[in-house]
Design a protein around this ligand. Structure first.
Ligand code: AP5
Ligand code: MG
Length: 191
């Protein structure tokens, strides 16, 4: 099966598309953002540590998220592949992921980068703020999340491009149209 990474700025549709693709290929969705939000709502030690970072739009320290992912992908349901949604987000996380996968004798099959212009991202997140009230969907925090993305995560596009793993996907259109583009890209992976 497939080992897939979903990258893209806040609001680009990583979570929405990850759910569809994971159901289709029967692989688990590993969303570091969701793991952190669950920990925050359950007020676990992890949640208490993560809260100030998540709620200000900063990245949670690398060693914390790397530890989470390392444990998660060793679980049995990941044996036949998995999809990482929102990880890696720094070059350090990407390098550590390579090491972890090497140890497990696995490799990344494709990195899907969802491409959406910034004005559309902000509109989507402000709309979601009204519907769902996620604690990091306020306008100042959304702006910080964008800045964090461009400063720390954007360089990963080149990192994965150099490894010939990157596939840019136009993230504008209906949810179904975008899923079709992603499925097509996955179909064309050279196995
Ligand atoms: P995370 O949860 O990953 O948030 P994010 O990257 O800011 O992205 P979102 O989840 O907001 O957007 P998305 O791309 O998933 O889009 P979605 O499908 O929801 O991270 C949150 C925080 O956790 C980080 O800021 C950081 O603090 C921490 N964190 C997480 N991972 C970390 C890591 N690896 N290292 C360090 N810290 C980490 O869609 C957005 C909205 O648009 C939805 O309302 C959706 O319905 C709508 N929508 C989707 N598709 C379309 C479409 N085609 N047209 C119109 N609307 C659409
Ligand atoms: Mg998400």
């Amino acid at each position: 099966m497939y080992t897939i990474i979903f990258m893209g700025p806040p609001g680009s549709g990583k979570g929405t598309q990850a759910k569809i693709i994971c159901e289709l290929y029967h692989i688990p969705q590993i969303s570091t953002g969701e793991i952190l939000r669950n920990a925050m709502s359950n007020q676990t030690d992890l949640g208490k540590k993560a809260k100030e970072y998540v709620e200000s739009g900063k990245l949670v320290p690398d060693d914390i998220v790397i530890g989470i992912v390392k444990e998660r992908i060793k679980e049995k349901d990941c044996e036949k592949g998995f999809l990482l949604d929102g990880f890696p987000r720094t070059v350090k996380q990407a390098e550590e992921l390579d090491k972890i996968l090497n140890e497990l004798k696995k490799r990344i099959d494709i990195v899907i980068n969802l491409d959406v212009p910034e004005e559309e991202l902000i509109q989507r997140l402000l709309k979601r703020a009204k519907l769902e009230g996620r604690s990091d969907d306020t306008e100042p925090v959304i702006r910080n999340r964008m800045k964090t993305y461009f400063d720390q995560t954007y360089p990963l596009i080149e990192f994965y491009n150099q490894k010939n793993l990157l596939k840019n996907i136009n993230g504008i259109g209906t949810i179904e149209e975008i899923s079709e583009r992603i499925k097509e890209a996955i179909k064309n992976i050279d196995k």
